[in-house]
Every structure is written in C-alpha cells, then in structure tokens.
Design a protein around this ligand. Structure first.
Ligand code: SAM
Length: 301
C-alpha cells in the first residue's frame, strides 16, 4: 500500500531503522493472502494448527471469565476477530505498531457479518509507550491477548517493562493475560546442538549472530518462515524474567505449556477441541496432516 511504501522509503538509502520500525515495516508489507494462496502454502497446516491453538486458548479463557472487554495487543490484521466474536464479547480494542495492518484489521471488523461487538483500532508501539496515549487510563479489560507478538518486547528491559505495565495497568482484577510466544528453551537447545549459528528445515530458518553469551534482553536472532516471515529480527524471551516482571506488577503465572503438549493434552481430554482440528483443516479425514518439518517448527512455540 501507499503508506507501507512510505514507511519503507524512510529506511533508504541512508537511514538505519530502529528494530521496532523494522518489525512494523515487515508486517505492513506482508500482503493478506487469498484462501487459495494459503491452501497452496507449504505451511498451510501449520498455520491452521497455530490458529487452532489460539482458538482453543481464547475459548478456554472465555469460559473461565466470560469477558466483555478484550484488548488484543499486537492484533496484526485482526486474525482473531472471529474467534472473539464466537466468545461473545461486547467490546474489542485492537492495537499494533504496524499501521497498515491496523487499518486492515479495522476493515475486516467492518466486513464481519452479524457483528455483535463494538471495536476500536489504534496504531501504537505498545512496548515503547503507555496505552494511555490512545485509550483512557481508566479503561479496563477482562482479557489482554498477545498472540505471536510478545517476544518483540524483549529487545530491551525498558520495553519488556513497558509491555508488562501496559497489561497490568489495564487488566481488571481477576482478568486474564493470555498469549503465545516462541519457546526460548527449544530455540537455545537447537542452537547448542548445531556446529554453526543457524539451523532450520525446509520451512524455517533461525540464525544467531553469536552463541557465546545469553543476555536476558536483546538476545536477537533472525527468523525466516516460508511464505510468512521473511528474515525478521526476533528476541529470546527469558521466561523466568517475564514471570518475575509480571509478578512485580501483581500478575500471577497460572500456566505455561509448549504447543506440542497443549495439543497432546487436548487430544487426551478435550473432545470439543479435537473436533475443531478437522473443522480448522489441521487434519483431514483422509489422514492428511502437518508434515514432519511443519510439526518440528510448530514445537518452537
Ligand atoms: N496477533 C496477530 C495474530 O496472531 O494474527 C499478529 C501476529 S504477528 C506474528 C506479530 C504482530 O506483532 C505484528 O502485527 C507486529 O506488527 C506486532 N508488533 C510487533 N512489535 C510491536 C509493538 N512494539 N507494539 C505493537 N505491536 C507490535
């Protein structure tokens, strides 16, 4: 779009983008794919699997606290709007650093048929600024959702703290903070098991600059995911630090589960989610499912 082209121009030829702008530019430039394009993708099933994880997570949170107001921090193009509609919320606030994505999310909400919830959308770097730049400091949410985006805050300690403050300042007492993020244990285990600085398979690649020291913040690597993420900088999230920062702001860790285990637990004990696997095209009745390479990378979350 015109705006993302403008953002892109800002970086060339002499200016060096900040990491956050680089991330925003990456997501702004990524085109929305048609259903047919998605179906042809080598990671079609893995994307469906990730969506299934989010659907189960969102519906479980909805059962637990019957949310009326939800904040989707890092909402992207609004990929979870339908899921929140099914959870019968009343108000949705979507925020993201990528302004073009925010506009697309807004457009998607306007096009939703039988829309029963109100919504507002704001472009904001949620790890740099307090949310009160865009919403009332008094505004409270029953759920704050951060899907596949929390790890960008671990670029610096200040950003991680700002993110946690934003959650703590706007979550009502008894509310839930839910999210999905890369598993730093899985990533570093892989890194230590290879000779060089990069590893991957036919659908993904992860490349580090060094493997001599493991800082708590700013531990950067470059992630490439076929068809979706084209060499974008990401940061390892030292989970005990995240839990400590959250606890300092009165948030208590309830549960943390790697994706593979989340799936295995659901298969054992949650028939409703198992039915959803077929409806969301994670598996086909004929037996078609994630390839081994897709299943491997699905385990990094
Ligand atoms: N949550 C959406 C989903 O699950 O479909 C989008 C996930 S996408 C992988 C990551 C999102 O995080 C991008 O839309 C990106 O712009 C957003 N993001 C990264 N850094 C951010 C920041 N500092 N503030 C707000 N959003 C940010």
């Amino acid at each position: 779009s015109e705006r993302s082209a403008r953002n892109h121009d800002r970086f060339h030829p002499y200016s060096r983008p900040s990491a956050a702008l680089q991330v925003a530019d990456h997501y702004n430039r990524h085109q929305q794919q048609t259903h047919e394009q998605r179906k042809r993708s080598p990671i079609y099933r893995m994307r469906n699997f990730n969506n299934w994880i989010k659907s189960v997570l969102i519906s479980r949170a909805a059962k637990n606290c019957r949310p009326k107001a939800v904040l989707d921090m890092g909402c992207g193009k609004g990929g979870d709007l339908l899921k929140w509609g099914k959870a019968r919320i009343q108000h949705y606030v979507g925020m993201d650093i990528a302004d073009v994505s925010v506009e697309q999310a807004h457009g998607r909400w306007k096009e939703m048929r039988n829309n029963r919830f109100s919504a507002e959308f704001h472009a904001l770097d949620c790890y740099q600024y307090p949310l009160s730049k865009k919403i009332s400091p008094e505004q409270r949410f029953d759920v704050v959702s951060q899907q596949f985006c929390l790890h960008y805050a671990f670029e610096t300690e200040a950003k991680a703290k700002q993110m946690v403050s934003n959650v703590a300042d706007h979550l009502r007492p008894g509310g839930f903070w839910i999210g999905t993020l890369p598993d730093a244990y899985w990533i570093t285990k892989k890194l230590r098991s290879v000779d060089g600085l990069s590893f991957g398979n036919s659908v993904y690649n992860i490349r580090f600059d060094q493997k001599d020291h493991y800082p708590t913040f700013g531990h950067r690597y470059i992630f490439h995911l076929e068809d979706v993420i084209e060499s974008c900088p990401e940061y390892l999230v030292h989970f005990p630090t995240l839990a400590r920062l959250a606890e300092e702001r009165g948030l208590k860790l309830l549960k943390r589960t790697p994706f593979h285990n989340y799936y295995e637990d659901a298969v054992r004990s949650d028939p409703e989610s198992v039915n959803l696997l077929e409806r969301m095209r994670v598996v086909e009745r004929g037996g078609d499912r994630l390839s081994d390479d897709e299943w491997e990378i699905a385990g990094r979350w």
